[in-house]
Design a protein around this ligand. Structure first.
Ligand SMILES: C[S@@+](CC[C@H](N)C(=O)[O-])C[C@H]1O[C@@H](n2cnc3c(N)ncnc32)[C@H](O)[C@@H]1O
Length: 181
């Protein structure tokens, strides 16, 4: 627990500093990940949530009923302000969101940072509506193959599509069960 809290603080500090150059350095690369998810036929509708939204690069691409960006770094999320999304400063494993209200969830290059991966996955499933979809992009160098197994093994999710790129694994899942965890 203490180790995870220390790690969380390090991640916050790291992204607070990186925020100064993040868009300049990573915008194109992150936009390409959004495009890859769309090419895999990710359908984005209703209430959209971007978990670990950073500066809001992915949120810029969509015009939905309601878009929510959640991130743990104050300086990253500040840069997402000014867009159409509602922003929440929070840890992804303790999201202040009601059960089963998200139609589409994006998780782009952020899952590997979440402490307690199983807890994070349970939160994702809890927030998703029945029939809702989650589009993820996982960094290979940060354990993508292990993380994809967690999603594959979740009985509430069914994999719709997967694509393996040079640096990432991207996948789309649908929530197919209302069974409580
Ligand atoms: C590589 S950036 C990706 C940002 C954004 N998804 C993008 O595509 O540009 C990872 C983001 O995850 C956020 N993050 C890390 N740990 C988190 C946590 N426990 N809860 C919420 N966000 C977290 C960081 O603050 C950072 O903004």
């Amino acid at each position: 627990m203490r180790r995870e809290n220390t790690r969380r603080k390090q991640v916050m500090k790291f992204y607070n500093t990186l925020s100064q150059v993040y868009n300049e350095v990573y915008r194109t690369e992150q936009q390409e990940k959004v495009q890859s998810l769309l090419q895999l036929d990710l359908s984005v509708s209703g209430i959209l949530m971007d978990l670990g939204c950073g500066t809001g690069i992915a949120l810029e691409s969509f015009n939905t009923e309601l878009a929510i960006g959640l991130d743990i770094s104050i300086d990253m999320i500040k840069l997402a302000a000014g867009g159409n999304a509602e922003l929440i400063l929070s840890d992804a494993t303790q999201a202040p969101i009601r059960d089963e209200c998200i139609h589409t969830m994006l998780i782009i290059t952020s899952f590997h940072h979440f402490p307690y991966k199983i807890k994070a996955l349970k939160e994702i499933i809890r927030m998703l509506r029945f029939g809702g979809v989650v589009g993820i992009s996982l960094l290979k160098v940060a354990g993508a193959s292990l993380h994809i197994q967690l999603f594959d093994n979740a009985k509430e999710l069914s994999k719709i599509k997967q694509h393996e790129g040079a640096k990432d694994i991207i996948a789309i899942y649908k929530k197919i069960s209302k069974i409580p965890l």
